[in-house]
Write a new protein. Structure first.
Length: 118
């Protein structure tokens, strides 16, 4: 899995970097379907944003699709956790649908019986 992290309007701390990598490996565990993940942390300095100035965006390329999760919170720790929780739900739903689709497709491929040749 290729992991890329970037930050805008702030400096990425090693603690955030470690947490992001650990959470990505947890998402990947047991499945191995995430090809590429990109995490962007951004500090919004706009005065009308209120106390929620920390935003995290996660983009995951998976076999069969691309998923995005983005959350804005008061702290970057909260934003990272919320973003990964949202991505976990997205991937869980996608994996269940993919598993269900594979089962129905394999059921459709029942071999036809051939009549005995005389």
């Amino acid at each position: 899995m290729d992991i890329r992290t970037e930050s805008r309007n702030l400096k990425m701390t090693p603690r955030w970097q470690d947490e992001i990598e650990a959470r990505l490996h947890d998402l990947q565990e047991g499945h191995g379907d995430i090809l590429h993940a990109r995490v962007t942390l951004e500090k919004n300095r706009h005065h009308k944003k209120g106390p929620n100035i920390a935003s995290a965006r996660l983009v995951c390329n998976v076999n069969g699709g691309t998923f995005t999760a983005s959350k804005t919170e008061q702290t970057f720790e909260e934003a990272i956790r919320a973003t990964f929780h949202a991505m976990e739900e997205e991937l869980r739903s996608f994996r269940e649908k993919r598993k269900k689709r594979a089962r129905t497709e394999s059921a459709r491929r029942v071999p036809t019986r051939r009549s005995p040749s005389v």
